[in-house]
Design a protein around this ligand. Structure first.
Ligand code: SF4
Ligand code: SF4
Length: 190
């Protein structure tokens, strides 16, 4: 008796689910169709602000960015998409400072997880919702996101780069013989 009741309840659930699906199909059959005429509609196309497509490093009005070349984004990227290279420079007041040389990001590798952005302590990077990034070769997907002409780089040119310390020359070993050849002083006459 219990198995018959189970059979009919399953049948009822199946039929109600089918009718629900069919009602959606029937409704959509009569709704107005919308076809996006891309790329003709580029100017009017609305892309959500939250859509992540391109990692950028914003530069302020003085063409400076906030990146300190700490490398945290690179460390937190799960698939090695970011490569940060830095340089040590000596500032005008004689202090050593690490500055960003290259912040390289590979669009072809990125999974757009946003971990790099949320872990950056300086809020130096963010995702833009630009969507037309198709290229013909994969190598073009690798991008340097810090600007070449940034003021920080100009500053870098002004200051003296830290030079590598010269290797201390090894002193020639003085042969014992030569030291011993020094004449002993003669005793003074009293
Ligand atoms: S973008 Fe942010 S986390 Fe990455 S190196 Fe620059 S300051 Fe550090
Ligand atoms: S979004 Fe994720 S995968 Fe892409 S660069 Fe940032 S951390 Fe790496």
């Amino acid at each position: 008796m219990r198995s018959i009741a189970k059979y009919f309840s399953g049948l009822f659930i199946g039929i109600s689910s089918l009718l629900k699906g069919m009602s959606v199909t029937w409704r959509e059959l009569w709704t107005k169709k919308v076809t996006q005429q891309y790329p003709e509609n580029r100017d009017t196309l609305v892309i959500s602000d939250r859509f992540r497509c391109e990692l950028v490093m914003p530069h302020d009005e003085n063409n400076e960015h906030a990146c300190t070349a700490c490398g945290i984004c690179q460390m937190n990227c799960p698939n090695g998409t970011i490569v940060v290279t830095s340089q040590m420079i000596e500032t005008e007041d004689g202090k050593k400072k690490k500055i960003l040389d290259t912040h390289q990001w590979d669009l072809g590798m990125c999974t757009f997880c946003n971990l790099c952005v949320i872990t950056c302590p300086s809020d130096a990077i963010k995702f833009e919702n630009t969507y037309e990034n198709a290229v013909f070769t994969r190598s073009k997907l690798v991008q340097k996101i810090n600007h070449e002409g940034s003021k920080l780089r100009e500053k870098k040119k002004e200051v003296k780069p830290v030079e590598a310390k010269p290797v201390v020359e090894a002193k020639p070993v003085v042969e014992k013989k030569a030291v011993e050849e020094v004449k002993p002083e003669e005793p003074k006459a009293e």
